[in-house]
Design a protein around this ligand. Structure first.
Ligand SMILES: Cc1ncc(C[n+]2csc(CCOP(=O)(O)OP(=O)(O)O)c2C)c(N)n1
Ligand SMILES: [Mg+2]
Length: 313
């Protein structure tokens, strides 16, 4: 989980810098600060399990085992990208690792995710589907439809709501009459749990129980993971200039950095020495540098191929 989180953090820091330098076009929603959710959940999944995400899904892709080169090249919209440069940051596909798609539509992963879980059951396979979405997706109709159907059919789904307290520039308090989002699970008859989304171990343990329950045919679970994105809604800035959130609020969440918390715990318990940490970090940085130069050197798709992959033969 430490490696997975560091890969996300360092990769996105490089992307933030590259975005500021206007090296690529297209909106990029950074996940920095939320890494423990992707790392904890994906560590609880098997290779054959499925993942769906949204507009802020670089972390889900990397934690499930997606190629960093493929992600960097996709953000740079190059032919070598995971979606062959047709999708960009918000439309990632990597079926080889079970990531069937991320979507720019808020809540857009829910319908296809529940459908995938239904397919697993109909085909007699024991795969679990994890669907990541933000607190904003609770406000979409597909949220209710998906929880209802998944619960009714006892589908092997984990609904992971990453509650980072904001949907673009609107705080939760001006959008929701009650702030405990996990309670939305109850009327549909599935367990809803709120957990510390900045504690990778807690996320892993809770996700592992939900996965076990799903695989045993006992139905879906909804997890509300309390977390915070350090950067603003879109792009590398911190959104402190808009009078939406305060420096104090941001600092209080930086003090709860999920990476430092896990690293501290690992150091205390003797699981990872300083030297091991330094070796891992160097390797991660080398991978990040390699992926960025791979993306920069890769060709753009050609105009004549614009309609290629629009439909599969
Ligand atoms: C169906 C739909 N409505 C509105 C938007 C515009 N939009 C893009 S991201 C976003 C906020 C999403 O917030 P949340 O789900 O909490 O995810 P976060 O950005 O916090 O990770 C909105 C409203 C959209 N992409 N799709
Ligand atoms: Mg949000």
């Amino acid at each position: 989980m430490y490696v997975a989180m560091q890969r996300i953090r360092r990769f996105e820091e490089a992307i933030a810098e590259s975005s500021s330098a206007r090296e690529f076009k297209g909106p990029t929603h950074l996940y920095i600060g939320q890494e423990a959710v992707a790392a904890g959940v994906c560590t609880a999944l098997e290779k054959g399990d499925y993942v769906f995400g949204g507009h802020r899904s670089h972390g889900h892709y990397l934690a499930k085992g997606g190629s960093m080169r493929g992600l960097a090249a996709e953000i740079f919209v190059r032919e070598t990208g995971c979606s062959k440069g047709r999708g960009g940051s918000m439309h990632l596909t990597a079926p080889e690792i079970g990531l069937l798609g991320t979507s720019a539509l808020v809540g857009g992963g829910m319908g296809p995710g529940v459908g995938t879980a239904l397919a697993s059951v109909l085909l007699g396979r024991d795969h679990v589907t994890a669907i990541f979405f933000g607190d904003g997706a609770i406000e979409e109709g597909i949220f209710s439809e998906s929880l209802n159907f998944a619960s009714l059919k006892k589908l092997p789904v984990i609904f992971i709501c990453e509650n980072n307290l904001y949907a673009s520039h609107l705080p939760l308090g001006v959008r929701q009459p009650q702030p405990e989002l996990f309670k939305h699970a109850e009327p549909y008859g599935l367990p809803g749990l709120r957990i510390d989304g900045n504690d990778a171990v807690e996320v892993y343990r809770t996700a592992a129980s939900a996965v076990e329950r799903a695989r045993a045919g006992e139905g879906p679970t909804m997890l509300e993971c309390m977390t915070y994105r350090w950067r603003g809604h879109v792009g590398p800035s911190y959104d402190l200039e808009y009078d939406i959130r305060t420096r104090e609020e941001l600092d209080s969440w930086i003090a709860r950095d999920p990476i430092e918390r896990l690293a501290g715990r690992m150091a205390e318990t003797g699981v990872m020495t300083e030297a091991e940490r330094a070796r891992i970090d160097t390797q991660v940085q080398d991978d990040v540098d390699d992926s960025m130069s791979f993306a920069r050197k890769s060709p753009f798709p050609e105009v004549k191929d614009l309609l290629k992959y629009v439909y599969k033969d």
